[in-house]
Design a protein around this ligand. Structure first.
Ligand code: CP
Ligand code: NVA
Length: 304
C-alpha cells in the first residue's frame, strides 16, 4: 500500500488480497497486534455524521496500541475556518495519520497532497473505499471466493456503488448497478471500472431494471436513496426509487443462496424491508464488524 488510502483504484489486486490476509489474521488473533502502532495517533476528521466509521477507526487504533483524536463537523470547518493546506500542515506535526470524511472528494485529495502523514478516505460524495474493501472481505469470508461472483447494487449510483464497482473490477467479481434513469453512477467511474475489469474478466454493467440486475446474483446490495448532504431531496427521491426497494419479491430473482448486504445506516421500509434485512441471508452486521478488521489492516500498513 502506498502513502495514503484514497480509492480502491490506488491499490493493486495483490495489495487488496494481502490486506485481506492481514485483516483475517487480525480478526482471529487480535492480541498479536496489540502494540503494532504503539503510541501513534490518528486524527479523525468528520464533516458528516457517523456510527460505524467513527467507532471502528477509534476502537481499531486503540486495539493496535495507538490513540485517536475525534474532530467533529463543528470543530474544523474545513476550507472556511481554516484552509485544507493549513489543517494538513498543522496535523502532520501532531499525528501520524489522518482519516477524513467530507463532502467533496477533492478535499481528501488535497489533504493527502499537502499532509506528510498518511491520509485515509472515510467517505466522500464520490467514494467509500474502506466500505468497499470490508464488503469484499465479507463476501470472501462467506462465499470462499470473489472471482466470477455476481453482485447487484440496487438503488442510487452513489459513493458506495462507485467503490463496489472499483473493488469488483480489481477482484474479478461482476457488478451490476440497477438504478433509476438519471441516478446512474458517474460515467467516469463506470469507465474506470470497465477499464480495470479488463485485467480480471469482471463485467461491470448498469441497468434501470432491478429484476434483470438481481437475476442470478450471489449478492444483492443496497444503500439509502438520499445520501448525507442530499436530505432536501429525500422526499422526491422516495417517488423515484420506490420500484428499487429490495424486498422478498426482488430477492427471489437472485440465487437461492444469495446474501443481502447494506453499508448501513438503513432506512427500513424504504430501500429495504424488515423481512429482507432481518432474514438469515442478511449479513449487514458482519460487514459492519469487518470494517474494524479491514481498517486495522489498512492503518497498520500505512502507519507502521
Ligand atoms: N457504513 C458507514 O460508513 O457507516 P457510518 O456512516 O455510520 O460511518
Ligand atoms: N451513501 C451513503 C453511505 C453512508 C455510509 C451516504 O453517503 O450517506
Amino acid at each position: 500500500m502506498k502513502n495514503d488510502f484514497l480509492s480502491i483504484r490506488d491499490v493493486s489486486t495483490e495489495e487488496i488480497l494481502q490486506t485481506f490476509e492481514l485483516a483475517k489474521d487480525m480478526k482471529s488473533q487480535p492480541q498479536k497486534y496489540s502494540t503494532a502502532l504503539k503510541g501513534k495517533t490518528l486524527a479523525l476528521i468528520f464533516e458528516k455524521p457517523s456510527l460505524r466509521t467513527r467507532v471502528t477507526f477509534d476502537v481499531g487504533i486503540q486495539q493496535l496500541g495507538g490513540f485517536s483524536v475525534y474532530l467533529s463537523p463543528a470543530e474544523i470547518n474545513l476550507g472556511k475556518r481554516e484552509s485544507v493546506y493549513d489543517v494538513a500542515k498543522n496535523l502532520e506535526r501532531m499525528v501520524q495519520g489522518i482519516m477524513i470524511r467530507t463532502f467533496s472528494h477533492q478535499i481528501v485529495l488535497d489533504m493527502a497532497h499537502h499532509a506528510a502523514v498518511p491520509v485515509i478516505n472515510g467517505l466522500t460524495d464520490y467514494s467509500h473505499p474502506c466500505q468497499g474493501l470490508a464488503d469484499y472481505f465479507t463476501i470472501q469470508e462467506i462465499k470462499g471466493r470473489l472471482k466470477g461472483l455476481k453482485l447487484c447494487f440496487v438503488g442510487d449510483g452513489n459513493n458506495v456503488a462507485h467503490s463496489l464497482m472499483f473493488g469488483g473490477a480489481q477482484l474479478g467479481a461482476h457488478v451490476t448497478v440497477a438504478c433509476p434513469k438519471g441516478y446512474e453512477p458517474k460515467s467516469v467511474a463506470v469507465q474506470q471500472a470497465v477499464e480495470d475489469a479488463k485485467a480480471t474478466g469482471a463485467r461491470i454493467e448498469v441497468t434501470s431494471d432491478p429484476t434483470e440486475g438481481a437475476k442470478d446474483a450471489d449478492v444483492v446490495y443496497t444503500d439509502v436513496w438520499a445520501s448525507m448532504g442530499q436530505e432536501t431531496e429525500a422526499e422526491s427521491r422516495k417517488q423515484v426509487f420506490g420500484p428499487y426497494q429490495v424486498n422478498k419479491k426482488l430477492m427471489a430473482h437472485a440465487r437461492a443462496d444469495a446474501i443481502f448486504m447494506h453499508c448501513l445506516p438503513a432506512h427500513r421500509g424504504e430501500e429495504v424491508t424488515d423481512e429482507v434485512i432481518d432474514d438469515p441471508s442478511s449479513v449487514v452486521f458482519q460487514q459492519a464488524e469487518n470494517r474494524l478488521h479491514v481498517q486495522k489492516a489498512i492503518m497498520y500498513q500505512l502507519m507502521k
